[in-house]
Write a protein that binds this ligand. Sequence first.
Ligand code: PXL
Length: 276
Amino acid sequence: MKRVVTIQDISCFGKCSLTVALPVISAMGVETAILPTAVLSTHTGGFKNFTFRDLSEDIPKIFKHWEDEGIDFDAIYTGYLGSFEQIDQMKAFIEARPSKTLAFVDPAMADNGKLYAGFTPEFARHMATLCAKADIIVPNLTEASFMLGIDYVEEGYDKAYIEDVLRKLAALGAKKAVLTGVSFEPEKLGVAMYDSQTDEFFYYFNEKIDAKFHGTGDIFASTCVGALMRGKSLAEALRLAADYTAECIRITMPDKEKHWYGVEFEKAMPYLIERL
Ligand code: PXL
């Protein structure tokens, strides 16, 4: 069995980051260690007055203990980070990884043209320096735009535009760049990927469902990591991740007013396991 460490916040209530990554990757039959970057009472998307405890100080001590114990991982998957310092800590951790270890970075910090509460354009540019160290990065179009310092284009772009953004992302240093939330037609939504080693592009689309939920990027990234650890190619992993994320949204639609803060991914787990 493969072993992943996923490094992102715990939003105690809200179904995102670690409270999604741990159950999803575990359910896919992959050992999942966690490292919380911060503890929040809720996620920051739509709740007011959330608490935020930064755990930056603990992170080097945790890494040191793991090193002393000889604990290693088949993949390092980073998500929401709470400070500039944590970005530097992740860069050092990734740089020191064994050659077998996949470095997967989700620069979770923005969506729909806006940075999440508390983040600045400088933070996004610093996150780009972590993406530079990764094997695979999975920004959405908003995150990619902030990291590259280009205007966010919501719609009306073409394939040439997306391929230019993907090449620029790869030029940051990541071997494979994935863009989520790509849409060339109003009724389709999907992902685009560029492999800088083969100079090839890959696309996958689903029917677009007209609703927005928090945490779907975390479901997508977690499923992708789980699938890669189960031996799928990146293209297969992206298909499964996009399909499961779409199924989670579909299953939540009847209850969407009540579950605006996060999708009912638990109900869709049989769908995920059957397709693994
Ligand atoms: O799902 C991304 C995410 C992760 N962690 C926190 C968030 C968000 C999105 O809003 O607020 C704390």
